[in-house]
Design a binder for this molecule. Structure first.
Ligand code: ZN
Ligand code: ZN
Ligand code: FE
Length: 756
């Protein structure tokens, strides 16, 4: 902020000074009232891209006017100021790296106060060069000069450097031999190797990527094979928006998001008649995940390529992304042909963020690089009087530090059942507490007894003798959505939580609940009928098990007329008697009211991912892709459901689905009719409950709502019924948002328990 303020003050004849303090930026300004007003106006309009202005407070100043405007040293009081997120290379830096006359021509580490690495290189606060991995590089006199000149774009740029004094980049072959002559050659050679179909491990800002040419199916399938990732979609990097237009729909809003300083991956609808891209990038999906170059090496590489690159996190199995040169060479030696390395250490691992434009605005699927550790600034009335640490769920984990109005939510930390991810979670937990000088006074965890995060929370609460709050999973989903939208403490809403599985009340397993919610309380009004999951966890991985569990609840299950169906023949190839007995006797077949499992069951019924899924949500995503091709046409053919005593039963839906199978109705029509059936069930139930309870606001959350057909249709129709609809935007709908919900609930239960 300070250089911008300095410049504006000079332009407007304002005298005085500016300095950073614990709470933000402090300015003393002398000028005429008109000048001061112009100054404030200009501040709001011309604030640097990476700054966040939550408010400007001002009051009259006495004393003698200063003669000039100066920048003062920072005051070292309570550390409260926010840390910046990593930011994509800015336009000015970009001009320099492509300008042969500039001293930073083709320099891969060019950055300034508007761009470059931040969170990924910081070890401790305050954010000074000595506390980052740039401390190993001493600025040359030219750089030092820029650093000390207030009018310079690099004034106080902590990561400032140049070819003379900064980090170096080089290319190695798979055996650790240097491959290029000079740094400038490395990127051209790398581009050449990519064009030749090679797989290259590229060290980026928050971790390593594995890259290959996305137009070469052979290269892509070699990457899939070597990485043992058979079907999960790969993210792509394009040179620019024009290149993206060749492959996917990319409207104004999508373009803005792609070009944002966070440079996230944006999910875009595939073009049906697109320029060919390897067909194994995102099998059976109708979206492609694109991002734009966000570091100088990306820009330099892409400027020499005519097709997009696959850019996937470099890791083995489900472990976190590699960040260290030696570790990468060790772990990726069987995957990558070459390594593009550099000697600027990545301190904090941070995956690419994943977003999309849904319902005309940004929706977050994975919140990480470019967004963290910026807090979510909550509404004034949600101010927390105590420091709350919430530990989140277990899959798609994040944690949340809540202090005053700021919720610092960690980057996506993955599936904690993976030992490395769990280690990484604990590392980040310590890091954030240090960075924000945060001491928890209350700890919040999921009610699930076996989540690693719940166990850790219990231990921490005991060790520090502080209160522990256990939060019901779906209450947390809805509360996170409410908090993001600034819903007041005393307000009650209807919450619809549709997800895979979460610990419900009275030892039930939930995953499709209609709740009456305040931050303090959650009361279940209705939900899907609980259906067995034969084989327990195996039912999550093998969708056909859910199909079976649903079908045996039908009266027609044993009738002869079904026997000819291919689906039934398939099921009979499994040890059916044993499984049915297990379900009947309640052996390793827990019942769950899960929307996720219902989608899996229907997908498997029409042959999608029948035997197993390769990644979480695959069956449901493929079912959605199929349904979207004839969604509007099938509106009047919706399958039916039944609402009895607060329970939604889908036997009518299954009976109609079986009829359609008999009639050989196309799978896409079945998929669409199923979607319409579930949408009707959700919309009609929610409307009824809202009316009965005299409530006008409905919050939607849970990973299943990432389904765009479901989300859009439910929202539109409930809005037509005059309800106000809330959907998470800044935080994911999936379990990545749970930690905020836990924190805000714990805050109401312990920090100001009398609010409601
Ligand atoms: Zn820059
Ligand atoms: Zn230098
Ligand atoms: Fe969930």
């Amino acid at each position: 902020m300070r250089p911008t303020i300095w410049r504006l003050a000079r332009d407007l004849n304002i005298t005085g000074h500016v300095r950073n303090d614990g709470e933000g930026v402090f300015i003393e300004a002398w000028g005429t009232p008109t000048e001061i007003n112009q100054f404030i106006e200009a501040l709001l309009q011309q604030a640097p891209v990476l700054s966040n202005i939550y408010s400007i407070e001002h009051s009259p100043l006495s004393g003698t006017a200063a003669s000039t405007f100066t920048i003062l040293e920072s005051k070292k009081n309570t550390i409260n100021t926010h840390l910046p997120a990593d930011a994509a290379t800015c336009p000015e830096c970009l001009k320099e790296i492509f300008n042969p006359k500039d001293r930073r021509y083709r320099y891969p580490f060019t950055n300034c106060t508007h761009c470059g690495p931040r969170f990924s290189i910081i070890e401790q606060i305050p954010y000074d060069r000595t506390h980052t991995s740039m401390r190993h590089f001493t600025q040359c006199s030219d750089c030092q000069n820029e650093y000390e000149t207030p009018a310079d774009r690099r004034y106080h740029a902590q990561a400032n450097n140049c070819p003379t004094c900064g980090p170096k980049l080089w290319l190695e072959d798979g055996k650790g031999n240097p491959f290029t002559v000079t740094q400038k050659d490395s990127l051209s050679t790398c581009a050449e190797l990519l064009r030749a179909g090679k797989i290259i491990a590229i060290k980026g800002i928050g971790g390593f990527h594995l890259a290959c040419d996305a137009s070469q199916a052979q290269a892509v399938s070699r990457l899939r094979q070597r990485k043992n990732r058979q079907q999960k979609p790969f993210a792509l990097m394009a040179s620019n928006i024009n290149m993206i237009h060749r492959y996917a729909h990319c409207g104004e809003a999508e373009q803005q998001l792609l070009l944002h300083s966070a440079a996230p991956i944006v999910l875009l609808q595939r073009l049906s008649h697109a320029t060919p891209l390897a067909n194994n990038i995102a099998p059976n999906q109708h979206c492609l995940g694109f991002m734009l170059p966000y570091t100088p090496p990306h820009h330099l590489l892409m400027s020499e390529l005519d097709s997009p690159l696959v850019m996937t996190s470099a890791n083995i199995s489900d472990s976190p992304q590699c960040v260290d040169n030696e570790q990468a060479k060790d772990e990726l030696s069987n995957i990558a042909d070459y390594f593009l390395l550099h000697d600027r250490e990545i301190i904090n691992r941070c995956d690419d963020s994943v977003t999309r434009i849904a319902l005309e605005s940004k929706q977050t699927i994975r919140r990480a690089r470019g967004y963290v550790p910026q807090p979510l600034h909550l509404a004034h009335h949600l101010h927390a009087s105590k420091n709350i640490l919430a530990l989140g769920a277990e899959l798609k984990s994040t944690f949340c530090l809540l202090r005053n109005q700021d919720a610092f939510i960690s980057q996506h930390l993955g599936d904690l059942k993976n030992a490395d991810s769990w280690r990484d979670f604990k590392h980040n937990l310590r890091l954030y507490q240090t960075l924000f000088d945060f001491k928890a006074e209350i700890i919040a965890i999921d009610q699930h007894p076996n989540y690693l995060t719940s166990q850790l929370g219990r231990t921490l609460a005991e060790e520090h003798t502080i209160p522990l709050v256990e939060v019901q999973h779906h209450h947390a989903h809805i509360a996170a959505c409410m908090a993001e939208h600034g819903i007041p403490s005393e307000q009650t809403v209807i919450g619809i939580a549709l997800d895979g599985l979460g610990a419900g009340e009275q030892n039930q397993i939930w995953g499709a609940e209609f709740l009456k919610v305040t931050y303090l309380h959650s009361y279940k009004l209705a939900g899907f009928e609980p259906i067995a999951m034969p084989g327990g966890n195996r039912a999550t991985l093998e969708p056909w098990r859910n199909t079976l569990a649903n079908l045996i609840t039908l009266p027609v299950w044993n009738s002869d007329q079904l026997k000819q169906l291919e689906l039934i023949k398939f099921l009979h190839s499994k040890p059916l008697d044993t499984l049915i007995q297990a379900i009947e006797r309640n052996l390793n077949s827990p019942k769950a009211s899960s929307a996720g499992r219902l989608f899996d069951a229907v997908a498997a019924a029409i042959g999608i991912c029948r035997n197993n899924i390769h990644y979480e949500g695959q069956a449901a995503m493929e079912l959605e892709a199929l349904a979207s091709s004839c969604f509007a046409d099938e509106r009047s053919n919706a399958y039916e459901y039944e609402l009895k005593n607060g329970q939604l039963h889908f036997q009518p839906l299954w009976a109609q689905l079986l009829e359609d199978l008999k009639k050989r109705t196309p799978n896409k029509a079945i998929a669409a009719r199923f979607h319409h059936g579930v949408i009707n069930a959700v919309v009609e139930t929610a409307s009824q409950l809202a009316e009965q309870n005299d409530l006008d606001t409905i919050a939607l959350s849970g990973g299943v709502f990432q389904n765009q057909l479901l989300q859009r249709e439910v929202k539109d129709r409930l809005e037509q019924n005059k309800y106000k609809i809330l959907i998470p935007k800044a935080l994911p709908l999936n379990d990545g948002g749970i930690s905020l919900g836990q924190a805000i609930i714990a805050c109401h239960k312990k920090a100001h328990p009398t609010t409601c």
